[in-house]
Design a protein around this ligand. Structure first.
Ligand code: NDP
Length: 338
């Protein structure tokens, strides 16, 4: 059995996470038992939720245990199988973690899923046609539920979730406006992702200034907002929400390192009769097949052309992960493992 490099959470961060929170180790892969398969990972997904799991605090999921392989989505190839459901050569998506190989109990429901790479590249099953894409789909379809012609806004617009949101929103006939960090990301959002407009929040020092830019980009106000960031961005959007608007609260990345995020105008939720709903995509497995079908079709037809930032080699994962929390990624952040 192959030697397996893996990264564990060595200690928990206080404030900002750092590379010293992680440790790279290697060990022999255990021999397969009946019902198990050995998967060689081609790509590891890095996602903002991993930052929350590094803390030992109350959340929707248990903290990442110290000394154990960091949790994470992976795509790869079955190289050995003692399960009738999988054969060597199958391309699969699973939760293999920050390591080169994983031994998976293939009969455990949802542990491993075969994927077809004829029209969709393998790596996209960790992004647009995977968990981040489904996240965009759920918030749009089940919380915002827009009508054609309405105006939608999404923050972290060029990221894995934001870029899928744009394609889905445009497919429903909406005006879709992004908020992203820097002129290059904003240009890309409009020219490549199909956003009707994109606002560079870094050009705005406060919520009032950002709200003014939103007023210009959303002349009819905002009917639906998909929040990935929180803080100043949410303050600004609240100032422009239309009555009975919907906010899908997906992420608050501006506070993941423990920064306080006071809301300056919470009374607008009342006076504008807004619906604000948080959600966790893994709690809605029933919608995944429908969402993945639409997302796969959008990618297959070229209407959604997701961008990826790919770090090379497992040892690059901690640095790439910290970069994701600072906006250094441009599109879906992956680590290539072979
Ligand atoms: P992205 O690919 O969008 O990467 C994160 C982006 O967030 C960065 O590129 C950066 O974009 C932006 N960002 C980082 N720090 C800040 C900051 N301090 N202020 C403003 N923007 C910041 O990640 P994903 O698309 O994978 O995830 C987007 C959001 O969705 C995250 O908040 C994540 O936690 C959430 N999420 C929630 C799920 C759920 O079930 N609720 C499931 C999946 C994701 P920029 O340079 O434009 O600022």
């Amino acid at each position: 059995m192959p030697l397996n490099q893996h990264i564990v959470l060595d200690n928990r961060p206080t404030g900002q996470a750092s590379v010293s929170n992680f440790k790279l180790l290697s060990s022999q892969t255990p021999a397969l038992q009946d019902g198990q398969v050995l998967v060689r990972h081609h790509y590891l997904s890095l996602d903002p939720y991993m930052r929350g799991r590094m803390n030992d605090s109350k959340s929707y999921a248990a903290p990442q245990p110290l000394g154990q392989v960091m949790l994470g989505g992976t795509v790869g190839e079955v190289i050995e199988s003692r399960s009738p459901a999988f054969s060597p050569g199958d391309t699969v998506v699973g939760m293999g973690g920050w390591q080169q190989y994983s031994v998976v109990n293939a009969e455990q429901p949802g542990a491993l899923r075969k994927v077809d790479t004829t029209h969709v590249p393998l790596s996209h099953y960790l992004g647009a046609v995977g968990m981040p894409g489904v996240t965009a789909w759920y918030g749009l379809e089940k919380i915002i539920a827009p009508r054609a012609g309405q105006t939608l806004v999404v923050s972290a617009a060029t990221g894995a979730v934001g870029s899928a949101f744009a394609a889905l929103g445009k497919a429903r006939g909406c005006r879709v406006v992004g908020i992203a960090g820097g002129p290059e990301k904003c240009r890309y959002a409009v020219e490549e992702l199909g956003f009707d407009a994109c606002i560079d929040y870094k050009q705005h020092g406060d919520a009032a200034s950002l709200a003014q830019a939103l007023k210009e980009a959303c002349p009819d106000g905002i009917d639906g907002h998909f929040e990935n960031v929180g803080g100043m961005v949410l303050d600004a959007v609240l100032l422009r929400m239309n009555a009975f608007g919907r906010i899908a609260l997906c992420g608050m990345i501006a506070g993941y390192d423990g920064q306080p995020m006071p809301l300056r105008h919470p009374a607008l939720i009342l006076t504008q009769r807004l619906r604000v709903e948080g959600f966790i995509v893994s709690e809605h497995m029933e919608i995944w097949p429908e969402a993945l079908k639409e997302l796969g079709a959008l990618v297959g037809s070229g209407k959604l052309r997701p961008r990826e930032t790919v770090a090379q080699g497992l040892e690059a994962a901690p640095e790439a992960f910290l970069g994701l929390l600072k906006g250094k990624n441009f599109g879906k952040q992956l680590v290539k493992l072979i």
